[in-house]
Ligand binder design. Structure first.
Ligand code: NAP
Ligand code: MN
Length: 268
């Protein structure tokens, strides 16, 4: 028996996205696919309609699946999204004739130890550790158990290669070619005075690096952890360990995809 061809469509609530989803659903049904707005293991492709935020939320809501995923951009920056609504027909032809490649990327993981608990938080772009109360935070940063820095400032951001063009770039971090699988620690408003010394540029680490962050509290519970823009607040954070996760995201890429031309067309 031929396996059922199930495609999961996710979209945001903007009119163009809703209309595009409706249109796409009809096309897929006429091509013999089953369309579902529920995600499970039987789904063979996730199509996400919106911008990068929609794309990031879809991956989070589906618990970072390895199912191939493609985004249709409906008018945002759309760094993740591969096609526009106008390109749907040509995409479907390419998809059915397997005329595409898969680009893998690995999300980042923060393991947060509190006095009572241990929680994993996953991010596609980045994990940010920052002050919750607009006060300076002080962090001891270790790489593979070596203390590299006593940081003071607004916080730090640890970005994946994929996330290097997002918040990392705004904070002065480097854009990383996706063929390099690295972790980048980028400081947020580091203090450099006679009292405090913090690094002012990003640190680039290999993919197997383990970053350990120990907060030195001047105020109780003054940290917040943010993954891809989503805030996580816990009491009494003692330590945060950051490394690449065990998840793998499989992005559908068409022949026209080229990272640096996307950077220049979206940014410059
Ligand atoms: P948002 O506030 O809409 O995101 C800010 C911008 O970042 C949007 O234009 C978004 O694209 C774009 N973006 C997201 N991922 C990107 C990537 N990998 N490369 C280049 N641009 C990217 O919130 P959101 O859409 O939920 O995205 C969450 C992300 O926002 C976070 O992961 C963080 O990287 C970023 N952020 C940036 C700043 C900053 O630059 N100062 C501050 C907070 C958060 P769309 O317009 O297509 O959504
Ligand atoms: Mn957005």
């Amino acid at each position: 028996m031929e396996s059922t061809k199930i495609i999961n469509i996710v979209h945001n609530n903007e009119k163009l996205s809703v209309d595009t989803a409706y249109n796409l659903k009809n096309k897929l049904i006429s091509l013999g696919y089953t369309v579902s707005n529920i995600f499970n293991d039987a789904v063979q492709l996730i199509i996400c309609i919106g911008g990068d935020g929609t794309f990031l939320r879809a991956l989070r809501n589906h618990n970072f699946p390895s199912t191939p995923i493609i985004g249709i951009n409906t008018g945002h920056l759309g760094f993740f999204t591969e096609i526009t609504p106008k390109e749907i027909d040509s995409f479907l032809l390419k998809y059915m004739s397997k005329d595409y490649t898969i680009q893998e990327f690995i999300p980042i993981k923060a393991n947060i130890s509190t006095r009572e608990n241990c929680i994993d938080v996953i991010g596609i772009n980045e994990i940010v550790i920052k002050s919750n109360k607009s006060s300076t935070i002080h962090l001891d940063i270790y790489v593979n158990n070596n203390l590299i820095q006593r940081f003071s400032g607004d916080g730090i951001l640890i970005s994946t290669s994929t996330g290097s063009t997002a918040y990392n770039y705004s904070a002065g971090g480097s854009i990383v070619d996706p063929s390099l699988n690295v972790l980048q620690i980028t400081p947020l408003a580091p203090i450099n005075t006679n009292v405090y010394r913090s690094f002012t540029s990003s640190i680039i680490l290999p993919s197997d690096a383990i970053i350990k962050v120990n907060p030195e509290y001047r105020f109780e519970d003054s940290l917040v952890i943010v993954s891809d823009g989503l805030e996580h607040r816990y009491n009494s954070i003692m330590q945060v360990d950051i490394s690449l996760s065990e998840y793998k995201i499989n992005m559908v890429r068409l022949e026209s995809y080229e990272f640096w031309s996307r950077v220049t067309s979206k940014f410059l």
